[in-house]
Design a protein around this ligand. Structure first.
Ligand SMILES: N=c1c2ncn([C@@H]3O[C@H](COP(=O)(O)OP(=O)(O)OP(=O)(O)O)[C@@H](O)[C@H]3O)c2ncn1[C@@H]1O[C@H](COP(=O)(O)O)[C@@H](O)[C@H]1O
Length: 107
């Protein structure tokens, strides 16, 4: 078993996606479809933003965790995983966001 919680979470999501919606939140959300998962992700993003405006670190950690969990649900529904995100972030490594933006405007 991986010692990375994100890897274990993705493995659990993959297993539960086809489970019983009566006993699994992952299965229930999957059964509702990608639009519902995406909507929930958006709600969690807003809740994270609101938490970030306060000064309760625990609240922000909780909301950010809900956000990442629902992102994992959405990625799984699209046949993607955090490995795909890791690969893309590695590709971007060392490329300044400002330089990248400027190159898009120039092109
Ligand atoms: N990490 C999580 C996780 N984080 C958040 N959630 C659930 O996400 C749901 C949505 O959160 P909300 O804050 O919107 O709460 P809500 O109950 O819908 O309530 P409202 O805000 O709408 O009133 C809640 O039911 C949370 O319990 C999670 N559900 C599951 N996991 C992981 O996924 C695994 C598989 O879960 P099941 O498929 O449910 O067994 C679990 O073992 C965990 O490891």
């Amino acid at each position: 078993m991986s010692d990375d919680i994100l890897d274990r979470l993705v493995a659990r999501i993959t297993l539960n996606r086809n489970g019983d919606p009566a006993t699994s939140y992952v299965a229930r959300m999957t059964a509702k479809g990608r639009a519902k998962i995406a909507q929930k992700l958006g709600e969690e993003a807003v809740e994270t933003v609101i938490a970030a405006m306060g000064d309760d670190r625990g609240e922000l950690i909780g909301e950010a965790s809900d956000l990442v969990f629902h992102l994992a649900l959405l990625l799984a529904d699209a046949g993607l995983s955090f490995d795909d995100i890791r690969t893309e972030l590695a590709r971007r490594e060392g490329i300044s966001g400002l330089a990248e933006k400027a190159s898009r405007k120039a092109g």
